[in-house]
Design a protein around this ligand. Structure first.
Ligand code: TEU
Length: 584
């Protein structure tokens, strides 16, 4: 049995401040805008907010390039606004975790200004500097945001490492003075009362010893190789996290979530097992790569349900009893879940609810990304000039300049995978600028706000939002959802994802039709009690199959399932239907 912790039972709501709510009409979301909407978040049932970076930043990578860790981005407001947000949140029983971005800073951070000024500056060693090799970069590493991971700096004639953009130099975590500054900065926020951290790319903080070349073939004719084996999970990273835990984290009652790249359930457990004293939970990417080809995420391939099942099951069973995971189907870096894994046309509402059912009936802490709860979708802007995200723009330039892709093809990839899909403004109502701002938004709105918006969702008992509220309430009511074990059923079934959860005598059966065609599912014997209660189902009132919807209302199994012989029960499922049964 897992030991109980508040952060295991919590539901997190992720806010991307620039796109949430603009209170002062400059077109950029802000802190006072978030404060305005706290009742909305509380009303949903969430209990923690993850605030994406709000620190001072030149905005090269939307705040993930920090120039002052102890100050607030002026476009978002002031320190007083942030403190008020925290107070108002706490008054409503909501906690706030901050984004901790300490793999790198902005190149406009004063530490970097000093570091680049001379080879003998005391802060030289806060970053990673190397001499070139034969007039080129020190090695063949490729950055996450295209091209070499090294940039040449004329002042001293050396290169610095940047795993992300050139304006995001990597910090040197081997330097104890640097670590001390970071721990001090963490205490600064925790002493203000913040409730923890989501730690950006935290398992990249040490790089492969000696910075060896990758031996993989280069992806492009530039010759640079993207090789996470050399960037992530390097020896020594656990010692550093234990030091951070000892010096800072363990002194407070916190929630800590490490964004970890290139981990398996096994390597992930090393970050989160209780006795390791490192982090509470991690966030991993395996599910997010099911629709990517081997080269990069822009090489979009269809996902297969069997991969989704295999990955979910591996994480559910692999970490059970060993450590905690976060659950998400989208975030500020990933496309909208309903567009990616569901159907954002005819079955938008039902498929969004089906995916939400998955998210909220697994073991782990669910993370909801703003707008997901009203079923917001990907966007298709007409021109590359409408896009703002650095990763997207770099990809477009690289792919089209090299002639590797036609512009149209590159745009198609962006429509599927680009990060701006989730960065369009939150759709509050069907009025001017969707109620996001009185000014001109910094990035275009998704034109579907007339139909998809929070005001409408709040008024509709059958909306995606109403369904999220019910799911969240179920998590509170039934410990089996949080603490139960997991068994994958009917692994081979090509359209239905089904699993059982169990805690003591309490049982759940979750059945999800993942596609837009009806399906039948024969429940393996013993996995559904004929007197089980239908805890929640996702159809009815969505008008998406009017002929069926009202007749197939909730009720005990015996009303709905037919006996498929030998004691097994056959369920007939509507397109994208989700059902959760419970008994004890
Ligand atoms: O993301 C880490 C990361 O690996 C991303 O580059 C991810 O692979 C990519 O966005 C998928 O498209 C974190 C932050 O979440 C992201 O917003 C930042 O850009 C990045 O770190 C650098 O700080």
């Amino acid at each position: 049995m897992e030991c109980a912790r508040w952060w295991k039972e919590a539901v997190v709501y992720q806010i991307y401040p620039a796109s949430f709510r603009d209170s002062d009409g400059d077109g950029i979301g802000d802190l006072n805008g978030i404060t305005e909407k706290l009742d909305y978040i509380r009303g949903l049932g969430a209990d923690v907010i993850w605030l994406c970076p709000v620190y001072r930043s030149p905005g090269e990578d939307s705040g993930y390039d920090i120039s002052d860790y102890r100050d607030v981005m002026p476009a978002f407001g002031t320190m007083a606004d942030l403190e008020r947000l925290l107070r108002e949140a706490h008054d409503r029983g909501l906690r706030i975790i901050m984004d901790l971005v300490v793999n790198h800073t902005s190149d406009e951070h004063p530490w970097f200004a000093e570091s680049r000024s001379s080879k003998t500056n005391p802060k030289r060693d806060y970053y990673i500097w190397r001499e070139g090799r034969d007039g080129r970069e020190p090695n063949n590493w490729r950055s996450y945001f295209s091209s070499s991971a090294w940039a040449y700096d004329e002042t001293t004639g050396e290169y610095y490492l940047h795993l992300f953009s050139k304006k995001q130099p990597d910090l040197n975590w081997k330097n104890p003075a640097l670590r001390e500054e970071i721990y001090e900065m963490m205490r600064f926020w925790l002493d203000k009362g913040f409730d923890g951290f989501r730690m950006d790319t935290i398992n990249l903080i040490l790089k492969a010893e000696g910075f060896p070349d990758s031996d993989r073939p280069p992806a492009t004719d530039e010759g640079y190789v993207f090789d996470e084996r050399l960037y992530a999970n390097q020896p020594g990273v656990h010692e550093l996290l234990r030091e951070m835990n000892e010096r800072v984290l363990s002194r407070y009652d916190l929630m800590t979530v490490g964004e970890t790249l290139n981990v398996t359930p096994e390597t992930a457990s090393e970050y989160v097992r209780d006795e390791r004293r490192e982090l509470n939970m991690i966030c991993n990417f395996e599910l997010m790569s099911v629709d990517s080809g081997p080269l990069w995420k822009w090489d979009v391939v269809p996902w297969r349900l069997r991969d989704i099942k295999r990955i979910v099951a591996a994480w559910q069973t692999g970490l059970h009893g060993k450590g905690w995971n976060s659950l998400y189907l989208n975030n500020h870096d990933q496309p909208r879940m309903v567009s990616r894994f569901g159907d954002d046309g005819r079955y938008r509402v039902r498929s969004a609810k089906m995916l939400a059912t998955l998210l909220h009936t697994l073991q782990g802490t669910p993370f909801i990304y703003q707008g997901e709860e009203i079923g917001m979708t990907n966007v298709r802007f007409g021109s590359i000039d409408d896009y703002r995200d650095i990763e997207t723009l770099n990809f477009y330039n690289e792919a089209t300049k090299r002639g590797a892709m036609e512009p149209r093809q590159a745009m198609e990839a962006i429509y599927r995978k680009g990060r701006d899909n989730v960065r369009t403004p939150m759709q509050w109502n069907d009025g001017e600028q969707a109620g996001f701002t009185d000014g001109v938004p910094w990035i275009g709105l998704n034109p579907n706000y007339k139909v998809i918006n929070a005001e409408r969702a709040l008024a509709d008992p059958y909306s995606v939002l109403s369904y999220y509220r019910r799911l969240i309430a179920l998590r509170r009511a039934h410990p089996v959802i949080v603490y139960g074990d997991f068994e994958l059923l009917a692994e081979e079934d090509e359209s239905v994802f089904a699993y059982a959860r169990r805690l003591g005598n309490e049982r759940l059966l979750v059945v999800l039709n993942f596609f837009g065609t009806p399906a039948t599912f024969d429940v393996p014997s013993g996995r559904l009690d004929p007197h089980a209660e239908l805890l929640i189902a996702n159809h009815g009132g969505d008008g998406e199959d009017s002929a069926f919807a009202e007749t197939a209302a909730a009720g005990p199994v015996s009303d709905k399932g037919r006996d498929a012989g030998e004691g097994s029960i056959r369920l007939a499922l509507l397109p994208y239907e989700a059902r959760v049964y419970r008994w004890s």
